[in-house]
Design a protein around this ligand. Structure first.
Ligand code: GLC
Length: 599
């Protein structure tokens, strides 16, 4: 018995050790990726020459992804192949894409070596139906790109559509949802095309930094088998052990075959995530070049996507769709150049940075990134919205900075700040530090102490106690998100208590206001409790509000003053809310608002 326990314990210890060793090995392997933070995605292939139009007809069905044209507009193999004749080889120069990526401050490039159309961009031995052969050139864009990346110090990755292939007779095409396909036939595609092509890519082009596979579902929901994925992983591990593999191979991020998580298209982070991850996003709507494109994202929006992901420990891989002459549309170039200028000034707040373990999006003025430099910790405040009252309110860092500076075009400007416990008020000049996003650098003498539970101070001061920052919810009240009509709220339908942790910055009187909807026909008694004080009120039933004239009505969220609280000292307090809903209800609680009363 004893022996068994010892054996079990040492087995456990070994298992933990090897799990730790594996985590360290993965961290080392992915370090370049988590330091890089910003990369370029390139969607370029035969579809680029169609530009989202076929025989005078626009791309079919809802989603304007121009690289889907062969499937959506039911184009025959022969006709689709003729698009290769539109490629202008005198002008195509992959080195220009690399230079553009560099100028934009991007550290890696991932190109669509083979997209869903099944057409390899290189002269693949597997099939003559590839861009080189079809366009009658001897050029190999993949080779040229690999050479240029090496020359300019950019990492190179390959997007490879493994699951979907509209060209191979046994590849997956979504119409097979109707007809089905035999497993052995699909495996023929896998063995005849996927494996040999991956082998070509892994052996002929030097170091490959990553393979970006594209399956936006778990493989179990598709025709692909685990053994097939394992075969791919084994091949990559054998031929290029340092090459990273993304989760859209069809496996969960925790699978040993996956090195980083790729979220859905344009799906950004919502919570701090420990393992390496990225969002691939478009600069407009379509990935491949679309001649009718009119949904260009603004530079601020793109910068905020990058910063937002870094603040949650993620990367951003931003796509461009060059034309069949290799040129990148002006709108794209403009934005990449602007991002590059911003990064050349503020890049230290992105590269090698991660986030603080605060609530995602708790500050209404922007986002926070951070990094350690030797013993010090640098905290970067990315200000999207320059405060009208020129006070930036930071919540949740208990340590005291030794210095605060604003990054401007004319260098760094020292800033004054006042700190009260976990609240730091930074005094700002009239002029923002940057047109897009201003960065403030806080330098701390040692790693910072963070309080991720407290209620953050709002933009102009005051504390909103809401469903997104509650500290304890004893009755497990259901939380409902903002749905376009009603604010985010708790549904209070049974006895229980909600408690928030608030830092009161100075002694004095504070008003407490409540925003709620009483759904019942009778009044509901509520209480707000803190250190021997109790505010009480009977809330009348609430009615309906016209949200949009003639179109939508919804529950009204009324605002009422519960009263005033007196705090004799600055410090942390726990505020508890209770509602007597035994006979009625439910009560929908939007927020309790605490604000100092002007003397
Ligand atoms: C989707 C689309 C594809 C695009 C990719 C990029 O999977 O099918 O066209 O390449 O997303 O993330």
């Amino acid at each position: 018995m004893k022996l068994k326990i010892v054996f079990y314990l040492s087995w456990m210890a070994l298992a933990t050790l090897s799990a730790n060793a594996q985590a360290t090995a993965t961290a080392q392997k992915t370090k370049w990726f988590t330091d890089a933070r910003f990369g370029m995605f390139i969607h370029w292939g035969l579809y680029s020459a169609a530009e989202g139009m076929w025989k005078g007809e626009r791309l079919r069905y809802g989603n304007n992804y121009a690289e889907w044209i062969r499937y959506r507009n039911r184009i025959s193999k022969e006709e689709y192949g003729t698009l290769a004749k539109r490629f202008d080889w005198n002008r195509i120069n992959p080195e220009e894409w690399v230079l553009l990526a560099k100028k934009a401050g991007m550290k890696y490039i991932t190109i669509t070596s083979k997209h869903h159309d099944g057409v390899a961009l290189w002269n693949s031995k597997v099939s003559d139906y590839n861009l080189t052969k079809l366009s009658g050139t001897n050029r190999d864009v993949i080779r040229e790109l690999a050479v240029a990346c090496k020359k300019h110090g950019i990492k190179l990755g390959f997007y490879y559509s493994h699951w979907v292939d509209w060209d191979h007779p046994y590849g997956w095409d979504h119409n097979k949802e109707l007809t089905g396909i035999k497993d052995e036939d699909y495996d023929r595609y896998w063995q005849e095309k996927v494996i040999p092509q991956l082998r070509e890519l892994l052996t002929n082009y030097g170091d490959i930094a990553m393979f970006w596979f594209d399956m936006w579902l778990n493989y179990k929901k598709t025709v692909v088998k685990k053994e097939q994925l394992d075969q791919v992983v084994r091949l990559i591990r054998e031929l290029q052990p340092n090459c990273l593999i993304n989760s859209r191979i069809g496996l969960p991020a925790s699978d040993p075959g996956v090195d980083f998580e790729s979220k859905g298209d344009n799906e950004f982070g919502s919570a701090y995530t420990e393992h390496p991850w990225e969002t691939s996003g478009t600069i407009a709507h379509s990935w491949g070049y679309y001649g009718q494109e009119n949904e260009w994202k603004s530079t601020s929006q793109l910068l905020q996507s990058l910063i937002g992901n870094v603040s949650l420990n993620g990367d951003f891989t931003l796509n461009i769709g060059p034309r069949a002459d290799g040129s990148v549309p002006y709108e794209g170039v403009r934005r990449l150049e602007d991002m590059g200028k911003w990064l050349s000034k503020n890049g230290e707040a992105i590269y090698g940075c991660t986030g603080l373990e605060l609530r995602a999006g708790q500050h209404d003025w922007g986002r926070i990134t951070t990094k350690r430099v030797h013993k010090k910790q640098l905290v970067y405040l990315h200000v999207y919205n320059w405060p009208l009252d020129k006070v930036l309110r930071l919540s949740g860092i208990l340590s005291r900075p030794e210095k605060a500076e604003l990054i401007t075009d004319a260098g760094r400007k020292p800033l004054k700040f006042v700190q009260q416990g976990p609240l730091t008020h930074i005094h700002l000049p009239q002029q923002a530090g940057d047109r897009f996003v201003s960065v403030i650098v806080l330098r701390y003498p040692e790693p910072v102490e963070v309080d991720g539970e407290m209620v953050a101070e709002a933009g102009f001061g005051g504390f909103p106690l809401s469903s997104s920052n509650v500290w304890e919810n004893t009755a497990a009240y259901k939380r409902v998100k903002y749905d376009g009509l009603r604010p985010a709220h708790f549904i209070i339908d049974k006895e229980g208590a909600l408690t928030w942790e608030v830092y009161i910055p100075e002694a004095g009187n504070y008003a407490a206001d409540l925003s709620y909807h009483n759904h019942s026909k009778a009044p509901i008694g509520v209480q707000l409790l803190v250190t021997g004080q109790r505010l009480e009120q009977q809330l009348k039933p609430s009615g309906t509000i016209v949200a949009e004239p003639h179109s939508s009505y919804t529950e009204e969220f009324a605002d009422t003053r519960l009263g005033q609280l007196r705090f004799s000292d600055a410090g942390f307090y726990q505020l508890t809310f209770k509602a007597a809903v035994k006979e009625g209800g439910p009560l929908l609680l939007n927020r309790v608002w605490i604000q100092k009363v002007a003397q």
